[in-house]
Design a protein around this ligand. Sequence first.
Ligand code: HEC
Length: 153
Amino acid sequence: MHRPLIAAALATSLCAPFAAHANEAGEAAVKARQSLMTLIAYNLGPMAQMAQGRVDYDAEVAQAAADNLYTLTRHSQERLWPEGTAHGIFEGTAARPEIWQNLEEFSNLYATLQGAAATMQGAAGDGLQALQGALGDVGGACRSCHDDFRVSD
Ligand code: HEC
Protein backbone atom coordinates (compact mmCIF):
# COMPACT_ATOMS: atom_id res chain seq x y z
CA MET A 1 0.00 0.00 0.00
CA HIS A 2 2.73 2.45 0.94
CA ARG A 3 5.23 1.17 -1.59
CA PRO A 4 4.13 3.27 -4.56
CA LEU A 5 4.21 6.38 -2.40
CA ILE A 6 7.71 5.63 -1.20
CA ALA A 7 8.81 4.83 -4.72
CA ALA A 8 7.31 8.09 -5.93
CA ALA A 9 8.98 10.07 -3.15
CA LEU A 10 12.30 8.39 -3.86
CA ALA A 11 11.99 9.07 -7.57
CA THR A 12 11.26 12.74 -6.86
CA SER A 13 14.20 13.16 -4.53
CA LEU A 14 16.53 11.39 -6.96
CA CYS A 15 15.33 13.37 -9.95
CA ALA A 16 15.24 16.80 -8.33
CA PRO A 17 18.97 17.55 -8.61
CA PHE A 18 18.98 16.47 -12.24
CA ALA A 19 15.94 18.57 -13.01
CA ALA A 20 17.56 21.59 -11.35
CA HIS A 21 20.72 20.99 -13.34
CA ALA A 22 18.81 20.69 -16.61
CA ASN A 23 16.98 23.88 -15.74
CA GLU A 24 20.21 25.80 -15.13
CA ALA A 25 21.69 24.53 -18.38
CA GLY A 26 18.48 25.47 -20.20
CA GLU A 27 18.47 28.95 -18.70
CA ALA A 28 22.09 29.48 -19.72
CA ALA A 29 21.34 28.37 -23.28
CA VAL A 30 18.29 30.65 -23.55
CA LYS A 31 20.30 33.58 -22.20
CA ALA A 32 23.16 32.87 -24.60
CA ARG A 33 20.98 32.61 -27.74
CA GLN A 34 19.02 35.74 -26.79
CA SER A 35 22.30 37.59 -26.18
CA LEU A 36 23.63 36.48 -29.56
CA MET A 37 20.41 37.68 -31.22
CA THR A 38 20.70 40.99 -29.36
CA LEU A 39 24.26 41.50 -30.62
CA ILE A 40 23.22 40.54 -34.15
CA ALA A 41 20.44 43.14 -34.01
CA TYR A 42 22.78 45.71 -32.46
CA ASN A 43 25.10 45.42 -35.44
CA LEU A 44 22.32 45.39 -37.99
CA GLY A 45 21.14 48.70 -36.47
CA PRO A 46 23.65 51.18 -37.97
CA MET A 47 23.48 49.52 -41.37
CA ALA A 48 19.68 49.73 -41.42
CA GLN A 49 19.77 53.37 -40.29
CA MET A 50 22.19 54.26 -43.09
CA ALA A 51 20.19 52.34 -45.68
CA GLN A 52 17.04 54.21 -44.65
CA GLY A 53 18.80 57.59 -44.69
CA ARG A 54 18.30 58.15 -40.98
CA VAL A 55 22.06 58.60 -40.49
CA ASP A 56 24.72 59.51 -43.04
CA TYR A 57 26.53 56.67 -44.73
CA ASP A 58 29.95 56.02 -43.17
CA ALA A 59 31.98 53.29 -44.85
CA GLU A 60 34.07 52.51 -41.77
CA VAL A 61 31.14 52.24 -39.39
CA ALA A 62 29.18 50.15 -41.92
CA GLN A 63 32.13 47.83 -42.54
CA ALA A 64 32.78 47.34 -38.81
CA ALA A 65 29.12 46.48 -38.21
CA ALA A 66 29.12 44.08 -41.17
CA ASP A 67 32.32 42.42 -39.93
CA ASN A 68 30.73 41.94 -36.52
CA LEU A 69 27.54 40.57 -38.06
CA TYR A 70 29.57 38.12 -40.10
CA THR A 71 31.51 36.95 -37.04
CA LEU A 72 28.41 36.69 -34.85
CA THR A 73 26.60 34.55 -37.42
CA ARG A 74 29.56 32.13 -37.32
CA HIS A 75 28.85 31.29 -33.69
CA SER A 76 27.91 27.62 -33.56
CA GLN A 77 24.21 26.96 -32.91
CA GLU A 78 24.96 23.55 -31.47
CA ARG A 79 24.56 24.26 -27.73
CA LEU A 80 22.11 27.15 -28.04
CA TRP A 81 18.90 25.21 -28.62
CA PRO A 82 18.75 22.27 -26.18
CA GLU A 83 15.66 20.09 -26.31
CA GLY A 84 13.13 21.10 -23.66
CA THR A 85 13.68 24.88 -23.90
CA ALA A 86 10.67 25.78 -26.05
CA HIS A 87 8.14 28.49 -25.32
CA GLY A 88 5.24 26.92 -23.42
CA ILE A 89 7.38 24.43 -21.53
CA PHE A 90 10.27 26.67 -20.50
CA GLU A 91 10.26 30.12 -18.88
CA GLY A 92 11.44 33.27 -20.57
CA THR A 93 11.88 32.11 -24.15
CA ALA A 94 10.14 33.01 -27.39
CA ALA A 95 11.51 29.97 -29.25
CA ARG A 96 8.58 28.06 -30.75
CA PRO A 97 8.39 24.29 -30.22
CA GLU A 98 8.29 23.91 -34.03
CA ILE A 99 12.07 24.47 -34.03
CA TRP A 100 12.64 21.01 -32.61
CA GLN A 101 10.17 19.42 -35.02
CA ASN A 102 11.84 21.07 -38.02
CA LEU A 103 15.49 21.30 -37.03
CA GLU A 104 16.63 20.97 -40.62
CA GLU A 105 14.50 23.87 -41.81
CA PHE A 106 15.61 25.94 -38.82
CA SER A 107 19.28 25.22 -39.63
CA ASN A 108 18.70 26.09 -43.28
CA LEU A 109 17.23 29.45 -42.31
CA TYR A 110 20.24 30.10 -40.12
CA ALA A 111 22.51 29.17 -43.04
CA THR A 112 20.60 31.66 -45.21
CA LEU A 113 21.42 34.35 -42.66
CA GLN A 114 25.08 33.30 -42.71
CA GLY A 115 25.13 33.66 -46.50
CA ALA A 116 23.44 37.07 -46.41
CA ALA A 117 25.89 38.25 -43.73
CA ALA A 118 28.83 37.16 -45.90
CA THR A 119 27.45 39.10 -48.88
CA MET A 120 26.90 42.10 -46.62
CA GLN A 121 30.47 41.92 -45.38
CA GLY A 122 31.63 42.25 -48.98
CA ALA A 123 29.29 45.14 -49.73
CA ALA A 124 28.89 47.33 -46.65
CA GLY A 125 32.08 49.37 -47.16
CA ASP A 126 31.48 49.87 -50.90
CA GLY A 127 29.03 52.73 -50.76
CA LEU A 128 25.43 53.33 -49.77
CA GLN A 129 23.96 51.60 -52.81
CA ALA A 130 25.94 48.42 -52.21
CA LEU A 131 24.88 48.45 -48.56
CA GLN A 132 21.24 48.96 -49.51
CA GLY A 133 21.47 46.17 -52.06
CA ALA A 134 22.70 43.66 -49.50
CA LEU A 135 20.42 44.67 -46.65
CA GLY A 136 17.22 43.21 -48.05
CA ASP A 137 18.51 39.65 -47.90
CA VAL A 138 19.79 40.08 -44.35
CA GLY A 139 16.49 41.52 -43.12
CA GLY A 140 14.61 38.85 -45.06
CA ALA A 141 16.62 36.12 -43.37
CA CYS A 142 15.72 37.47 -39.91
CA ARG A 143 12.08 37.80 -40.83
CA SER A 144 11.56 34.41 -42.40
CA CYS A 145 12.93 32.63 -39.34
CA HIS A 146 11.10 34.81 -36.84
CA ASP A 147 7.81 34.37 -38.74
CA ASP A 148 7.95 30.60 -38.37
CA PHE A 149 9.99 29.99 -35.24
CA ARG A 150 9.66 32.89 -32.84
CA VAL A 151 6.60 33.66 -30.74
CA SER A 152 5.47 37.17 -31.60
CA ASP A 153 3.93 39.20 -28.83
C1 HEC B 1 17.24 30.62 -37.84
C2 HEC B 1 16.32 31.43 -37.11
C3 HEC B 1 16.59 32.87 -36.80
C4 HEC B 1 17.25 33.80 -37.57
C5 HEC B 1 17.84 33.64 -38.95
C6 HEC B 1 17.23 35.03 -36.81
N1 HEC B 1 16.60 34.85 -35.63
FE1 HEC B 1 16.37 36.24 -34.16
N2 HEC B 1 15.43 34.85 -32.99
C7 HEC B 1 15.15 33.56 -33.35
C8 HEC B 1 14.48 32.89 -32.26
C9 HEC B 1 13.98 31.46 -32.25
C10 HEC B 1 14.37 33.83 -31.21
C11 HEC B 1 13.79 33.59 -29.81
C12 HEC B 1 14.93 33.13 -28.89
C13 HEC B 1 14.46 32.88 -27.45
O1 HEC B 1 13.67 33.69 -26.92
O2 HEC B 1 14.90 31.88 -26.85
C14 HEC B 1 14.99 35.06 -31.72
C15 HEC B 1 15.08 36.23 -30.98
C16 HEC B 1 15.58 37.43 -31.46
C17 HEC B 1 15.65 38.66 -30.70
C18 HEC B 1 15.17 38.85 -29.27
C19 HEC B 1 16.34 38.53 -28.31
C20 HEC B 1 15.93 38.59 -26.84
O3 HEC B 1 16.63 39.25 -26.06
O4 HEC B 1 14.92 37.97 -26.47
C21 HEC B 1 16.19 39.61 -31.53
C22 HEC B 1 16.46 41.07 -31.19
C23 HEC B 1 16.48 38.98 -32.79
N3 HEC B 1 16.11 37.64 -32.71
C24 HEC B 1 17.04 39.61 -33.87
C25 HEC B 1 17.40 38.97 -35.06
C26 HEC B 1 17.96 39.65 -36.21
C27 HEC B 1 18.22 41.15 -36.29
C28 HEC B 1 18.17 38.70 -37.15
C29 HEC B 1 18.75 38.85 -38.53
C30 HEC B 1 19.93 39.65 -38.73
C31 HEC B 1 17.73 37.42 -36.59
N4 HEC B 1 17.26 37.64 -35.34
C32 HEC B 1 17.79 36.22 -37.27
C33 HEC B 1 15.45 32.96 -34.55
C34 HEC B 1 16.18 33.54 -35.57
